[in-house]
Structure formats: structure tokens, C-alpha cells
Ligand binder design. Structure first.
Ligand code: ZN
Length: 304
């Protein structure tokens, strides 16, 4: 049984639903809110680092700031922040700047973690990379979500992040954007080895779709009989498709805006373009999702 709120009025188009919970459900009993201090202490000198007690670990950023963290927090909340070879009371040098570490260390400890909303992409990417490198578990999750949200603006970098840190759902989302907008010659060598062959399969699926779209067979023989129809409709579409798979980034432009001046006054071409675009949309749909269509195929050459 669904809850009462969602079944009481199924015809309603309102996005708001009622709940049986009292309005005071989420209100806090505490009248005073105290700011939680960060889970680290910052020092500008190595003096403190040398005299630190055994319950703490001191990290030094690449720009020479010292961060003292509780050893138990580091052990509980991170998987690779403490080097396996570290001798007791020695300082740990990290390659990240203090700006990155300040944010990263906010995740090390039993407290509310940063939401990383509205951060600049370069900063977010550096925090995400460091979170993966040191296996700071709670940071990894939120970074993955924020990186995913940046996939429409930075598809190539987000795809590479997903590829190297095992986020297949993010890779799947970025793959069509990357393949229709990036120079793949420079991208492929940056992918992990295990994705080279699947990526080639994916490229092949897009090339096949492009050739299906270009050889659309439902164009009537009389379609380009008028000089104007060819010059202002057929030719610009073939020219766009001739630029390759990148033309499939925006089929609406290829089959609509690109030829709008002509199709607005030519119903025959307007109809033809609508059918052609529907065919293109279906061909692109048929390419499928990268991780479903390209990862598990039998190898091209089976080595016994
Ligand atoms: Zn026409």
C-alpha cells in the first residue's frame, strides 16, 4: 500500500502532497546552535609538529602549513591517508595545497560535512582527486555527486574522473556528450587500459548511427527536384552530417534550425525533415548506454 498522501488524490497535478507528520516533526529541541569546530588544528610552524602527542598525526601541505588531526579519526574515516610505512610521531607530507586540505580534512571526523555546493570546478576536481587518493570515504560520495552535476559543462574531465575512479553511471552520462564534442584522438590515451576496447566499440556504434542517418532511405525521389529545396534544405543537412559524429550533438539544429528559413515556407521539406530527425533520434537511441552495450562483448580476438 502506498501512503495516504500519494494515493488520496491521484488525479491531482500538484507537485505538493500532504503528509500525516506533524509540522513540528523536524524542529529541533535545542534552542542554541553551536558552531562545530573543524576536526583539525592548524599550525604555521613545525615546532608543534615535532612535539605532538601520539594521539595526533601532523600533515604538512605543499605550501608549508601544518594540520594536526586526531589519529583515531584518520583511522576511522579514511582508507589511505596514513602511509603504511609511517613511523610513530613522524610528520606526513602531502602534495596538496593547504586550501585543498582544509576542505578535505573537514570530512575527517564525526561532524556535519561540507556540501561543496557552488564551488569552482577546478577546486572541486582537486578535492575529488585527493578524496579518492586518500580514500576519504564521506568526501568521495559528495564529490562524485558534485562532479556528476558538472558533467554537462566539463564532460571530458568528468568522464576521465569517472573512468579512473570507477563511477560507471557518471561515465555513461558523459560519454555521449564527449563523443559528440571532443577530439577523441587526445582522449583515448587518457582512458584506463580496460576501457580502450569498449571505447572503440562505443565510437563504432556512433559511426554506424551516423552512417544510418546519412543514408536515410525515406527521402522521396522527388525531394530535391526543386533547386531551392536542394540548395536550402538537402545540401545544408548533408554538409552538417558530413562534419562527422559531432553533428549528432544537436540533431534539432541539423534538421530544424539549420534549414528553418526554407522549411518555414516549404511544407514538403518540413515534413521530410521531421521524419529524418525522428529517424536520427531513433538511431542515436539505439546506440545505447556505454556500460550496457560496450563493456561485456566477446573480445574481437580470442587468445587461447
Ligand atoms: Zn523544399
Amino acid at each position: 500500500m502506498g501512503n495516504q498522501a500519494s494515493t488520496s488524490n491521484p488525479q491531482s497535478s500538484s507537485r505538493y502532497q500532504s503528509s500525516t507528520l506533524p509540522d513540528s516533526f523536524f524542529t529541533s529541541n535545542s534552542q542554541t546552535k553551536t558552531e562545530t569546530p573543524p576536526p583539525y588544528t592548524r599550525h604555521s610552524s613545525a615546532f608543534y609538529a615535532d612535539t605532538i602527542d601520539a594521539t595526533k598525526i601532523v600533515f604538512r601541505s605543499s605550501d608549508g602549513e601544518y594540520f594536526s588531526l586526531d589519529r583515531k579519526d584518520c583511522e576511522a574515516h579514511t582508507g589511505a591517508l596514513i602511509p603504511a610505512t609511517r613511523s610513530p610521531r613522524s610528520m606526513v607530507d602531502l602534495t596538496e595545497t593547504s586550501t585543498i586540505l582544509r576542505t578535505l580534512f573537514e570530512f575527517v571526523g564525526p561532524r556535519k560535512h561540507p556540501k561543496l555546493l557552488n564551488e569552482k570546478f577546478d577546486f572541486l576536481a582537486e578535492v575529488a582527486r585527493a578524496a579518492e587518493k586518500y580514500k576519504i570515504f564521506s568526501a568521495m560520495n559528495i564529490c562524485a555527486e558534485r562532479m556528476r552535476s558538472s558533467g554537462d559543462r566539463y564532460p571530458k574531465l568528468v568522464l576521465l574522473y569517472a573512468a579512473h575512479h570507477d563511477y560507471p553511471h557518471i561515465f555513461d552520462e558523459c560519454a555521449p556528450r564527449v563523443i559528440t564534442s571532443e577530439n577523441l584522438e587526445y582522449l583515448t590515451p587518457l582512458l584506463p587500459d580496460n576501457l580502450h576496447l569498449p571505447w572503440l566499440r562505443y565510437q563504432a556504434r556512433w559511426s554506424k548511427a551516423l552512417s544510418e542517418i546519412t543514408s536515410y532511405s525515406s527521402i522521396p525521389g522527388s525531394a530535391w527536384s526543386s533547386n531551392n529545396c536542394w540548395r536550402f534544405c538537402g545540401q545544408p543537412i548533408y554538409q552538417a552530417l558530413g562534419t562527422g559524429v559531432h553533428s549528432l550533438n544537436d540533431p534539432s539544429w541539423v534538421f530544424s534550425e539549420n534549414v528553418k528559413r526554407h522549411t518555414d515556407s516549404c511544407s514538403k521539406c518540413s515534413l521530410l525533415c521531421a521524419g529524418w530527425k525522428a529517424h536520427a533520434d531513433k538511431s542515436i537511441d539505439d546506440i545505447g548506454v556505454f556500460s550496457e552495450k560496450c563493456m561485456d562483448e566477446t573480445p574481437l580476438v580470442k587468445v587461447e
